[in-house]
Design a protein around this ligand. Structure first.
Ligand code: 9MR
Length: 559
């Protein structure tokens, strides 16, 4: 009957703007090839359309029909029905439809704060006691140098927990901060006004910067003031159990300085200095960040290839460190990112030596280990004439990528850029989808064609439910939302609903956690179970491009 709920109709479960493109994907057809849109709960039919079968070859055994109801523009609550199949989850059409999820995704960072209690005023039922003051952190044997010993204690408090675990990793904070700083740098007018309920929201500083500062305050302390080198991470020796922050009390260390961490730190400090130079209430902090960035650059120049190799370090130093490695053997992209940010602030030619200015760079979607395009986005947003022809070739590279994506998207199961290439389904694939959206928005800034923005929004549809799993991937949103993320706070707090506003990692056919997945198909390899750290964890670097994508869509819709 058409009366029952079916999961075979995949939709963006958060909703659509009245004027926006609206597409559902139907995975089975019953009788005929029509679909209807009905008002909910009255059941009154408001639209009828044809299902269009599409050819997609990523998953040969899958059949897919597209239901396009873009011409329905009347705000309201609806359902899609297909005769013989059933009714979809609710379909929302309204102005401001992404405002709440944007706020929640930004607020997600507040819920990840270390070294503070969360009060019911801001955190509601997820209020919690403080943990991880990190004001007595030990220097791990791998980081002993100069006059420091293993018993040297430093303070490196605040910051955000990386993910489902409680450690703080500079490399991963790097891309997260770069992405959020870029969101403010690209949409200052919107974010100067945007406010949400964090403890600082009455001060003069925009809330997005208040939140960024919570992590920047920590990062500052991760640089050794004696030489400019930056510790790779602040961590326990092994992962804590599934306990609350207050109950996670194992000894914490700063571990080995590394070139990647030091360059990512340089890039973040430089971008922060530029973005917050004129923000009132910060005194001369921007000057300090710039000099910290330059000191980091100097250290990296003297230690150009100190990669973080956890296994190797564990052969030499005690205790063994078995938490997230964020080890990366290729540092060229970290050099590029730091060089771009420092060049923009100083216009000093020496930084250009690290940027291949004469060859055409290829495009790759940013990730924690691949940050070149964070730097290139910054070059594009500031368009320094002295950097031609590099700027022109960055533009043509990005345009070629965007054109490929737009043309390939029509032949994917879920009509999104994500899905065209099974290789995009890595650990944290949802961040690949979000970062494709970010790239398309950068492209849209200089090539004003609506198709690029539409493609970015198609990936948003993917992330919010129009995908092979049927989940809306942000906790607390959608009719079918992750309930059991691999997240110590959510697992240990005794509250049924997970902390809201967190993007889970998403489909990952690698299935490295060995959990019980119901499918091995690349885009279905997701399981909403706490054991699944390879598909159902949350991280600050996945939330960041989601915040960017949502923030950009909302800011552009309002302007
Ligand atoms: O996001 C990281 C992913 O790219 C790696 O493949 C994976 C295995 O090394 O590690 C992921 O990062 C985890 C980090 O090491 C510790 N905190 C949780 C992160 C997400 O699972």
């Amino acid at each position: 009957s058409s009366g029952e709920l079916t999961e075979a109709i995949r939709i963006n479960q958060v909703g659509h703007y009245p004027s926006g493109k609206k597409v559902a994907i139907v995975l089975e057809v019953g009788k005929g090839a029509a679909f209807k849109v009905i008002s909910s709960p009255s059941g009154k039919e408001v639209y009828e359309g044809s299902l269009v079968k599409i050819g997609q070859d990523q998953v040969p055994q899958r059949e897919v029909w597209v239901a396009d109801f873009s011409s329905l523009k009347q705000p309201g609550l609806y359902q899609i029905t297909v005769e013989g199949l059933g009714k979809s989850y609710p379909v929302v059409i309204r102005e401001g439809v992404y405002d709440d999820v944007l706020t929640a995704v930004l607020k997600g960072y507040y819920f990840q704060r270390a070294s503070t209690a969360l009060k019911p005023d801001q955190a509601g039922k997820w209020a919690r006691a403080a943990g991880h003051w990190d004001d007595e952190v030990y220097v791990h044997a791998s980081a002993v140098c100069g006059n420091r010993t293993e018993e040297t204690v430093l303070s490196a408090s605040k910051g955000w927990y990386d993910a489902g675990d409680y450690n703080k990793y500079i490399v991963n904070s790097g891309i997260s901060m770069g992405t959020l700083l870029s969101l403010y740098e690209d949409f200052p007018d919107y974010f100067d006004r945007k406010s949400w309920d964090i403890p600082e929201n009455q001060n003069a500083i925009p809330d997005i910067l208040d939140e960024i500062l919570w992590n920047l305050d920590w990062m500052e302390q991760m640089q050794d003031p004696h030489d400019g080198g930056v510790y790779h991470k602040l961590t326990t020796a092994k992962f804590e159990g599934m306990v609350t922050p207050a109950d996670a009390t194992a000894k914490r260390y700063v571990v080995s300085k590394s070139t990647a961490a030091t360059l990512d730190f340089a890039a973040v400090m430089a971008q922060a200095a530029r973005v917050m130079k004129h923000v009132e209430g910060l005194g001369d902090r921007a000057v300090k960040w710039q000099s910290q960035a330059e000191a980091a650059w100097r250290w990296a120049s003297e230690n150009p290839d100190l990669t973080y190799d956890q296994e190797k370090l564990n052969n030499t130093y005690d205790p063994a460190i078995t938490t997230g490695a964020y080890g990366d053997g290729n540092l060229q992209d970290e050099w590029i990112w730091a060089a771009c940010e420092l060049y923009l602030n100083t216009l000093e030619k020496r930084y250009l030596e690290k940027i291949p200015v004469d060859s055409v760079p290829s495009f790759s979607v940013p990730s924690w280990s691949n940050v070149a395009w964070l730097g290139y986005y910054s070059l594009l947003r500031h368009e320094d004439e002295a950097l031609q022809p590099l700027i022109a070739s960055l533009k043509s590279t990005l345009k070629a990528t965007g054109d490929d994506w737009v043309s390939q998207m029509e032949e994917t199961s879920f009509q999104s850029v994500m899905g065209k290439d099974p290789k995009d389904f890595v650990w944290g694939s949802n961040a690949v989808a979000a970062n494709q959206g970010v790239a398309l928005i950068q492209l849209f800034f200089f090539e004003k064609q609506p198709a690029y923005l539409e493609a970015a929004k198609a990936n948003l549809d993917y992330l919010l439910g129009r995908n092979a799993t049927g989940y809306c991937f942000v906790t607390g949103f959608g009719a079918k939302s992750p309930m059991y993320p691999h997240h110590r706070i959510s697992e240990a707090d005794g509250i049924e609903e997970p902390v809201p506003g967190l993007l889970v990692g998403g489909p990952n056919p690698g299935q490295q956690d060995g959990c019980d997945y119901s499918s091995t198909v690349f885009d279905e390899s997701y399981v909403d179970h706490v054991c699944s750290y390879a598909s159902n964890e949350i991280t600050i670097n996945w939330n960041a491009p989601m915040a960017y994508l949502l923030g950009a869509v909302v800011a552009m819709e309002q302007s």
